[in-house]
Every structure is written in structure tokens, then in C-alpha cells.
Design a protein around this ligand. Structure first.
Ligand code: GSH
Length: 323
């Protein structure tokens, strides 16, 4: 993989740790919002009104950040309004591509071979990482946003007047509580597994793994007495946690060395993860083939042979026993 510098592609190792052995995630570059009436959102500029068929979502089925956006697209019934492209699972020297492969959906909007071509189409002098997800505006021919946290909030409400499915996963009354969960879960779980996996020193690794499991222990406690994170109503905070839990035993325990405990060792968290997996429509957004082949095959500094383990055997369809 690599990075764009003033529109030029510079190769770089995947997950390269910066000074001190610590993996530091970069900020997203495009930060506009699709809104119901086209007025500006919390960041960026206006002019991105919600319209059926106007936007295209680029995702990787492997990526937990992109996965959130796919789940929200599905929960809100936006499939017909917002078509998708799916990149190949392998993140190689050219970054994400649309090389043919099982489950890959080519770039029908721009006919590009590489995701970075979409970034330079939006901004020929673009600098930064070329990440998924990307929300593309076919009208203005630019990227609205490449920040999953923002994209799911757009999907949550912006298309409601156009016939999106009912459901508010971030109600105003719970916003503060959701944000508090998100903050801790982002730092120690969603990004914590990457900080562990891409750590360049023993110390950086331990500084990621300990808080990760402290948070999982805390969540286990919470979910023993509460159906969802914020009580009896499922919210954005649950869906943001889910995409990391889903990948935990299949990838993060082995490949990223997050192995103090498995998800399967946490009865409440494991039942909760199965419940969310079995939520109407959600299992259709899950592709363990892409997930396992991406991580084990793309991070050759962590797994030089590229061999993808056959296990563990996981049954997300087993009754969850919650409720
Ligand atoms: N802040 C971004 C992060 C997205 C992200 O890091 N995606 C990874 C895949 S899991 C990616 O595309 N990485 C490519 C790269 O680092 O070059 C978001 O949540 O949308």
C-alpha cells in the first residue's frame, strides 16, 4: 500500500508504525455531509442534498470502518438509493483496487481500477491515505466524506424524507451517552486492536492490549444486565462495537495478538455479537472470506507466508439467548 502526496502515489508498508512503535491513525481528508436540504453539516461545505441515486458508497467487506456504513445502509433500507462498489480484499502496493474477484463490485460510476484514482479525481493534489469507506457524489464528481463515523450519521437521518426505513440509531436524548461509549470503544477497541496489531515495540503492544481487555471486561459487565449498550434500545454505539467484535476471534486474537481472552470467552459479549449478527439484514453484510483473506494476506510484515488459517470454527448463527 501507500499514501498520496500532492496527488502522487508513494509506496509504504501497511500499518507502518511511526516513532515510538505506536500506530497512529490519520484523520480523514474529506469531511462534508449529505443533508436533507443540502445545507452544510457539522463540518465541511454545503451543497450535498440527499437525493436517490446521486451518491455511491465505496467499501471493503474486510474493513470494520466500512462495514459500519454498509450496516447503516442496510438498516435504513438505502440499498436502492445508494449503490455500492466493493474493493478486492487484497490491499497491495497500489492500495485498494477493483481487480476482479469473488464479491468485488467494480467502479460503475467512474470506471477506475484503483480506489486512489477516485481520490485524485476529487482532488488532483490530494494528500493522505486512501481509505475505505468513501461516499462519492456523482453530480459534483467529488468525495463527500471518507469518515465512517460521519457517513453513518448521515445515513441515519438525511434520507428519511426520501423513503428511508424508519429507525433513529442516534436519538437526541441518548446522544451524549452514545458519544461516551463511542469515545472509549473507539480508542481502546475499534482502534485498539490495530494499535496492538501494528505496534512496533513490545511496550506499544502492551499499552494497546491491556486497555483493550479492560474495556471488553467492562462491556461484558454492562451487557450482563443491559440488552444493549444504552439500555433496551439498540443504537449507533452497538453497531460501531459490533464490527470489531465480529472480527475478533477470526482475526484479532491471532493476527493482531489480542489474545488475553477470546470473544467466545465472554458469555454476554458473545451472545450480544450473535444477536447483532442475526439482526434482520445484517448477516448479508458479513463476508468472512474477504475479512480473513484481507488481514492475513495483506499484512505480510505480520504474516509473511500469507497463509490464511482455516479456523477458528465460529457459529454466529447459534441461538443468542438474549431478550
Ligand atoms: N477514519 C476512517 C478510517 C478508515 C480506515 O482506516 N480504513 C482502512 C481499512 S480497515 C483503510 O482503508 N486502509 C488503507 C490504508 O491504510 O492505506 C474511517 O473510519 O472511515
Amino acid at each position: 500500500m501507500g499514501i498520496l502526496q500532492n496527488g502522487r502515489w508513494v509506496e509504504q508498508e501497511v500499518g507502518a508504525a511511526s516513532a515510538g512503535g505506536e500506530f497512529v491513525r490519520e484523520h480523514s481528508v474529506f469531511c462534508n455531509w449529505v443533508t436533507a436540504d443540502g445545507r452544510p453539516g457539522p463540518t465541511g461545505e454545503g451543497g450535498f442534498r440527499a437525493e436517490a441515486g446521486r451518491y455511491r458508497l465505496y467499501v471493503s467487506l474486510a474493513c470494520p470502518w466500512a462495514h459500519r456504513t454498509l450496516i447503516f445502509r442496510r438498516l435504513k433500507g438505502l440499498e436502492a438509493m445508494i449503490p455500492i462498489s466493493v474493493v478486492h480484499w487484497h490491499l497491495g502496493p497500489d492500495g485498494w483496487s477493483f481487480e476482479p474477484g469473488e464479491g468485488v463490485i467494480p467502479d460503475a460510476a467512474n470506471g477506475k481500477r484503483l480506489l486512489r484514482d477516485i481520490y485524485t479525481l476529487a482532488d488532483p493534489h490530494c494528500s493522505g491515505k486512501v481509505t475505505v469507506p468513501v461516499l462519492w457524489d456523482t453530480q459534483r464528481r467529488t468525495i463527500v466524506s471518507n469518515e465512517s463515523a460521519d457517513i453513518i450519521r448521515m445515513f441515519n437521518t438525511a434520507f428519511d424524507a426520501l423513503g428511508a426505513r424508519e429507525g433513529d440509531y442516534c436519538p437526541a436524548a441518548l446522544r451524549e451517552e452514545i458519544d461516551r461509549f463511542n469515545e472509549r470503544i473507539y480508542a481502546t477497541v475499534n482502534n485498539g486492536v490495530y494499535r496492538a496489531g501494528f505496534a512496533g515495540t513490545q511496550d506499544a503492544y502492551e499499552r494497546a492490549v491491556r486497555p483493550l481487555f479492560e474495556t471488553l471486561d467492562w462491556l461484558e459487565e454492562r451487557l450482563r444486565s443491559s440488552r444493549y449498550l444504552c439500555g433496551d434500545r439498540i443504537t449507533e454505539a452497538d453497531w460501531r462495537l459490533f464490527t470489531t467484535l465480529l472480527r475478533f476471534d477470526a482475526v484479532y486474537v491471532g493476527h493482531f495478538k489480542c489474545n488475553l481472552r477470546r470473544l467466545a470467552d465472554y458469555p454476554a459479549l458473545w451472545g450480544y455479537a450473535r444477536e447483532l449478527y442475526q439482526w434482520p439484514g445484517v448477516r448479508d453484510t458479513v463476508d468472512f472470506g474477504h475479512i480473513k483473506r484481507h488481514y492475513y494476506g495483506s499484512h505480510r510484515h505480520l504474516n509473511p507466508s500469507g497463509i490464511v488459517p482455516l479456523g477458528p470454527v465460529l457459529d454466529f448463527e447459534a441461538p443468542h439467548g438474549r431478550g
